[in-house]
Each structure stands twice: as C-alpha cells, then as structure tokens.
Design a binder for this molecule. Structure first.
Ligand code: ATP
Length: 361
C-alpha cells in the first residue's frame, strides 16, 4: 500500500480556550508537515455550545459528515457553563461524537516532563508513564439523556455494561500494553472496577479476566476504583495501562492529569475502528478564556497522538517520526527552554509555548 502524503483533518475548535489552543497546535502541525513533506489540509467545522446558541444545533449533521470524510479529527474543547439543555445538563457535543462515530476507546497517556514541577514529592514521580483507557460508549454515561426522574422525589441513572463493549475495550488495552512492551514498557494492564458492590462491575471483571487469559505475555490484575484513587496518588509510577468503565475513567482522567502538573499537560485520543478524534483532556476553562495564558501542550501532544494513529493506520513511517519529533520538541522546550506555563506559576503564554516547540522541531 502506498501511504498518502496528503491528509484531510477535520478541525472542531469549539468553545472557551478550545480555539486558542487549537490555533497554535495547527501552527505546530503545519511546521511538522513542512519538515516531513506531508500536507495537512485542516478545515474548520462548526460545533459547540456557542454554535448551539447561534444556530440551535450543537453538532450539525454536516460537521459529522465532514468528520467521517476526513482522515482524522482534531477537537479543542466544548461546553459553556451558562449554556444548558432543558434537563439542566451542559451542551457537550464531544459525547455525541463519541457515540455517533463509535469512538469506544478513550486513550489518556500521562508522562512527567523534566523541567516542570510536579505535585508529588517522591522522586519516583519523575518516572510516571501510564495510559488510562476509558470505555467511551456505555457504562454510566449510557444514561445520559435517559435518566428517570420520579416526581420531585427520586432520580435514576443506569449503568450499562455489555459483553461486546467490555471485550473490545479490554482487548484494546491489552494490545496497547503489548505495543508498549515492544518499546520497553512493563507489559501490564490493571482493570479498575467496583466488582465488590455492583453486578455490572462483577460482570466487567469476569470479561476482563476472560480476555486477559488470551494475552499470556501481559501481566494483569484488577483493582477497586476507590483503592485505585489512593494508589494513583501514592505510587502512580507502578502502573502501565489502566482500563475502566466510562464514569470511573472520566474521574480518574482528571486525577492522573493532576499528577503531572495540570490539565494543560494531558492529551487524549477517542479511537474507534473506523474514526479517531484527538483532543486535550481539559475542558473549555472559562476562567482563563481570552487571556492568552492557556497551556497548549495537551493540544499539541494530541496532534502528536493523531500522527501516531495515522502512521499506523496508513502505514506511513514518516508520520511516526513526525509524532516523535513533536514529543521531543515539547520535552526539550520545558527541559532546556525555560518555558514554564502559567498553570505552573510561570509566565509562558499560549503562543510562547507553541513558538518554543516550533523552534525545536
Ligand atoms: P469540563 O467539565 O469540560 O472538564 P471543567 O471546567 O470542569 O470542564 P476545565 O475546563 O478542564 O474543567 O478546567 C479545570 C481547571 O483547569 C480550570 O481552573 C482551568 O482554568 C484549568 N485548565 C484547564 N485547561 C487548562 C489549560 N490548557 N491551561 C491552563 N489551565 C487549564
């Protein structure tokens, strides 16, 4: 197969700091494209809470069609606290995209960067290198839009765990651990559940153990989510790949982002069998919007994740090199460039961080 040299990228910048971090991440993408002789035709499409206010649609069908017609999707952040649907919940089309394109694997890698302060004082914290794999299409989030309210007295949300959904997310995590092991990783997957309390979670654990048996070279174990919250603060460097249901994954994503200093450092991919979307793990951060101080690192590292995914999908080794080039430039910016984001108490703004990365590509 000949690899393409031109890639169509659908860009959904969204609300709040989404457009701010996206603008500079696209500068990085263009710069790396020039360096590696690849062309990224990135086109912006409307979606988000502000678009909902303007047009009555949070995620137009034409935007979804453009996503389907592109090689990959870059996503900023969506949602504004004052824009709410009739049931009081926020307008968050990122959840709709996950369901519409069946982006079942939420992949959240976390690594410490030399040169930046980290909240944990244990020196082993400099070795944190783990990936959280969050099931994206069922779990407790299945209940979104389906919650039942009985009068003004009670409300119910239902957790859905299926064999199909659990098998494919466990396989995704186990294969990811295989890939990481090939590059020197631990080769370990820890499933996170609450199997001591809920039938749905006992079912999850049973299926995880069934799938794990098919990967004898990967060491596997299960942990309760409450114990995992403790251990992710006490000894996060012990973990390699974590896999968990949707709601636990949502919560633990923020926890692991904090381990490396803040939301602005945590990239993510929402990956399915046919499509993939890459976005920073943070939200729209209304408190800092428009100030030029948002840390774009998570968005820039999400661009690198996109290039890795495209490289594998299209057998384009050049894109592997391009992704590594971005990751290395980000690392060196912090280690040797005197770059310190506002989030870390520094004075490097959104554009300054992107400029430092581009200078080191
Ligand atoms: P969501 O519900 O979409 O996750 P949220 O408001 O709960 O949104 P964030 O928008 O991620 O969460 O913001 C959480 C905190 O992290 C805020 O104080 C915000 O300013 C900060 N933050 C988030 N992203 C960044 C960033 N890229 N750079 C600097 N600070 C950030």
């Amino acid at each position: 197969m000949n690899s393409p040299t031109d890639y169509r990228i659908a860009v959904l910048a969204g609300d709040g700091i989404g457009p701010e971090v996206m603008r500079v991440a696209l500068q990085v993408l263009d710069a790396v494209g020039r360096k590696f002789s690849r062309h990224f035709d990135h086109q912006a499409y409307p979606a988000g809470a502000q678009h909902f206010v303007d047009s009555g649609h949070a995620l137009p069908e034409s935007t979804l069609d453009a996503c389907r017609a592109s090689h990959a999707i870059l996503f900023g952040a969506m949602g504004l606290p004052h824009v709410r649907g009739h049931d009081g919940t926020e307008i968050i089309p990122q959840l709709d995209i996950r369901f519409a394109l069946d982006l079942y694997a939420g992949v959240r890698p976390i690594k410490t960067f030399a040169g930046l302060p980290i909240p944990l004082s244990n020196p082993l914290a400099s070795e944190i290198d783990l990936v959280l794999v969050r099931e994206n299409t069922e779990g407790l989030f299945y209940s979104r839009g389906r919650g039942v309210i009985e009068g003004d007295e009670a409300a119910y949300d239902t957790m859905k765990i299926t064999r199909h959904g659990t098998e494919r997310i466990c396989d995704f995590a186990l294969k990811l651990a295989q890939d990481r092991k090939a590059l020197g990783g631990q080769g370990r997957v820890t499933s996170v559940d609450k199997a001591n309390v809920f039938a749905s979670m006992a079912f999850w654990r049973k299926i995880f153990e069934e799938r794990a048996a098919r990967y004898p070279e990967i060491s596997t174990d299960s942990a309760y989510v409450d114990a995992m919250a403790l251990n992710l603060v006490l000894k996060p460097w012990q973990y390699d790949v974590l896999v968990t249901e949707n709601m636990f994954g949502d919560i633990l994503s923020d926890l692991i982002a904090s381990l490396v200093g803040g939301m602005g450092m945590a990239p993510s991919g929402d990956i399915g069998d046919d499509y993939a979307l890459f976005q920073p793990a943070h939200g729209t951060a209304p408190d800092i919007t428009g100030k030029g101080i948002a840390n774009p690192t998570a968005m820039i590292l999400s661009v690198a994740m996109m290039l890795q995914w495209l490289a594998t999908r299209h057998d384009d080794a050049v894109l592997h090199a391009a992704a590594q080039c971005i990751e290395s430039a980000v690392s060196r910016s912090f280690q040797e460039g005197g770059i310190r984001p506002f989030e870390f108490g520094g004075a490097s703004g959104t554009q300054a961080i992107a400029d430092a990365v581009i200078a080191r590509l």
